[in-house]
Structure formats: structure tokens, C-alpha cells
Write a protein that binds this ligand. Structure first.
Ligand code: IPE
Ligand code: IPE
Ligand code: MG
Length: 256
């Protein structure tokens, strides 16, 4: 029997190949302890480490973490500055460990807005880990789903203007190739911590068929248990990709 494109993802309840996370709730975590919001960001780094460990152990191929959105520049200047410094510090401190663990680091987003120092660190970190074959760790920084789609449209428009492409050549798959993460498996599971039920301009196109999981756990409290719970919920869901439940279950029975 012909296997459907959905079969591989549904049958046998396979582990997610690509997990994306909106790491939210740092500020509230700190404030509920009478601390400044920035202390929550600092503590959040520990949750990042733990999550990278869990994803590696589970054999996830790609992990995409939302670290700073294109809208986060609206925050108080001191908080933005602190986040930029933290990003620099963490890159410098952790990249050797990532490299040792065969992890490939990939920053997605509009890096042109960052300081020269940060751009240089990002370039060095990506170059050092470029040849690694383990987990791909994507960090979304100054990232917005609307920016990603607009940027892709611009790239294609430029190709059309140069006469390298006809507008009628633009298909969904060609468009997708211009977007961030295009070379990686589709996002299977999107987790948002912090209790809000929205996408906040994270991956838009790329979440088309992702399972969405929202938890009240604040990001600094996210760890092995919360990660396992999210994956367990993912595994309990029936993904249908537009097919009927009966079709999907028939394929599942066939493959047993
Ligand atoms: C997420 O935590 C981290 C960033 C957006 C950089 P928040 O800082 O948004 O924390 P809350 O939502 O205010 O608690
Ligand atoms: C989303 O969180 C961005 C990151 C986690 C980096 P926000 O805290 O900025 O989202 P909103 O503003 O509450 O939607
Ligand atoms: Mg928030």
C-alpha cells in the first residue's frame, strides 16, 4: 500500500524531529520572587542548557528557541541592553561545550540590527560548529515570522527583477526554500511556556502543521519533567495532515 506523507509522522508515534519553543515567563518568574526581571533572563539560561540536554538525549534533529523577537526592542532600554550582553556572554561561554557535544549552532533572524561585537561572536560560533552532525540548535534572535516571510518575498522579487525567475515559477516549495529553517525537518512540536496562548510572531509559515503545546510553567522552571510531559502529550495526539481519522488509523494498522 502506498504510504501517505503523514504516515511516517503518525505511525508508531515517532518522536518529534523538530521542536520549537517560545521561552516565555522569565520576567514573571523573577518578579514573583521579588527580583528584577533581568534575573529571570539569567536563570532562563539554565533552562536552555537543560532543554538542549533533553533534546539531545531524545535524538531530536532540530531545536529552535525563541530568544528575542523583533518586537522585544520595545522593552525598556536597560532590559534590551541586558539581554544583548547576556547573549554575548552565553555565546562566549557555551559555544565550546556545544561544539564538544557535536551541536551545530544556527542563529535565525535579522542580525543586521546587532552590535559589531555580537555579530562577530555569532559568526565565530556558527563557523566553529558548522561541521557538526548532531543536534541543530537554532536560536531565533531579532526574529519575527512576518520579517521571515517578507524577507523571502524580497529575495524572490529580486530574482524576478533580474530575470532569473518568472513569477509563475513561484510555488509553495520555492517560497519555503527562502525561509529560515528551510533545510531542516518541519516543526513537529511547538511549546510555549509562561501560560499565554499565542504565537507572538514566532515561526508562522513553519508552524503550519506543528502540534501546539502550551504550559503555565515559567521558562526558568522548565526542565526535564516539563520537557517529557510536552513530548508525552505530543505522542498521544493523532496528526491528520488533512486526512480523515479513519484513513490515518487504517495506515497505522497496516504498518503494525
Ligand atoms: C521571555 O520572558 C524572554 C524574552 C522575551 C526575552 P519574558 O521576559 O517575556 O517574561 P514575562 O512574559 O514578562 O514574564
Ligand atoms: C515572545 O515572548 C518572545 C520570546 C519569548 C523571545 P513575549 O513575552 O515577547 O511575547 P508577548 O509580547 O507577551 O506576546
Ligand atoms: Mg513574555
Amino acid at each position: 500500500m502506498t504510504q501517505s506523507p503523514a504516515t511516517e509522522a503518525v505511525v508508531g508515534k515517532v518522536s518529534p524531529r523538530h521542536i520549537a519553543i517560545i521561552m516565555d515567563g522569565n520576567g514573571r518568574w523573577a518578579q514573583s520572587r521579588g527580583k528584577a526581571r533581568i534575573m529571570g533572563h539569567k536563570q532562563g539560561v539554565e533552562a536552555v542548557r537543560e532543554t538542549v540536554r533533553c533534546a539531545t538525549r531524545l535524538g531530536v534533529e532540530s531545536l529552535t528557541l525563541f530568544a528575542f523577537s523583533s518586537e522585544n526592542w520595545r522593552r525598556p532600554e536597560e532590559e534590551v541592553n541586558f539581554l544583548m550582553e547576556l547573549f554575548l556572554l552565553v555565546l562566549g561561554r557555551e559555544v565550546k561545550k556545544l561544539h564538544k557535544n557535536n551541536i551545530k549552532l544556527n542563529i535565525i533572524g535579522d542580525c543586521s540590527a546587532f552590535s559589531e561585537r555580537l555579530k562577530k561572536k555569532i559568526g565565530e560560533a556558527q563557523a566553529l560548529t558548522a561541521g557538526n552532525t548532531g543536534l541543530v540548535l537554532n536560536v531565533a534572535a531579532n526574529y519575527g515570522g512576518c520579517w521571515d516571510i517578507t524577507h523571502a518575498a524580497q529575495q524572490l522579487a529580486e530574482q524576478v527583477a533580474r530575470g532569473e525567475l518568472q513569477s509563475s515559477d513561484i510555488t509553495e516549495s520555492l517560497f519555503a526554500q527562502q525561509l529560515s529553517l528551510s533545510e531542516q525537518p518541519p516543526v513537529d512540536l511547538m511549546i510555549r511556556t509562561g501560560g499565554d496562548h499565542r504565537i507572538s510572531n514566532f515561526l508562522l509559515w513553519q508552524l503550519a502543521y506543528a502540534e501546539l503545546y502550551f504550559t503555565d510553567t515559567l521558562w526558568p522552571d522548565f526542565g526535564e519533567q516539563a520537557f517529557s510531559e510536552a513530548v508525552a502529550v505530543f505522542l498521544s495526539r493523532e496528526r491528520r495532515f488533512g486526512y480523515t481519522g479513519a484513513q490515518v488509523r487504517a495506515w497505522m494498522n497496516d504498518s503494525k
